[in-house]
Design a protein around this ligand. Sequence first.
Ligand code: SER
Length: 317
Amino acid sequence: MKHILIIGATGQIGSELTMELRKRYGNQNVVAGYILGAEPKGELKESGPSAIVDVTDGAMIESVVREYHIDTIYNLAALLSVVAESKPKLAWKIGIDGLWNVLEVAREQGCAVFTPSSIGSFGSSTPHTKTPQDTIQRPRTMYGVTKVTTELLSDYYFNKYGVDTRAVRFPGIISNVTPPGGGTTDYAVDIYYSAVKGEKFVCPVKEGTLMDMMYMPDALNAAIMLMEADPAKLIHRNAFNIAAMSFGPETIFQAIKKHVLEFEMVYNIDPLKQRIADSWPDSLDDTCARNEWGWKPAYDLESMTVDMLEKLRAKLK
Ligand code: SER
């Protein structure tokens, strides 16, 4: 990776991945790709180059790739699970037609491509505990359908054209810079904001709903480590299970309450979020990622909670 383009650089993951890549690869070598209405601001805007890159416009991607001599593309454009249910056609257009554009440019220009998959690529018929790397993937959400297709199309471009496609299946990502939007796992971010603002948290999924989650620094490391990994060691490509922690709402609530004694939570179940969450695994088996490229998370629920509360207290002061 010498010259990197992030598509979706102002989103939850993109905004932090761009800054982390600039730190490691040099500010001028990492281009923040954004769409109109989601322009980069502050440090993200000032620290390096940015360009309008609409993933649904192949010519636009190609011209930015040529202009900046891009050799690696992080394609983070997507609609998350809940919002994709209300806009399935748009979710497909961004997730799959967009991916096709990215892969075609990558094939012609010789770029490596990272397009994340998700715990959402699994469904009710998948084994829910310690979900294996290679298993049943029959999701019923449009988000899941696009993620399984992403994995297959990315593998297709690798096998047929030799495009260096690699990806992970992200769990719910917890972060404190840019909020997520329209996801099922968003509650695990929102709960920290409520705790720091002194508000009672209204939880949209019921007690005992286990899902895999991960703190942003680990997610960034995973995305970068995998793209830096020795290709000779990769048996899998699209996409690796990665895991850091698995919990239900009552467990994250207790972890926060240890530090915010007056914190309160009530439940008001959102049926769509509950249905989606119930169809996703309780915990993933990430042995292949650990063995093939040395994946290992640094944060557990307790260390993440301490850091989240500290960062959000400073941010919301
Ligand atoms: N965070 C995503 C969502 O909840 C899952 O990958 O939609």
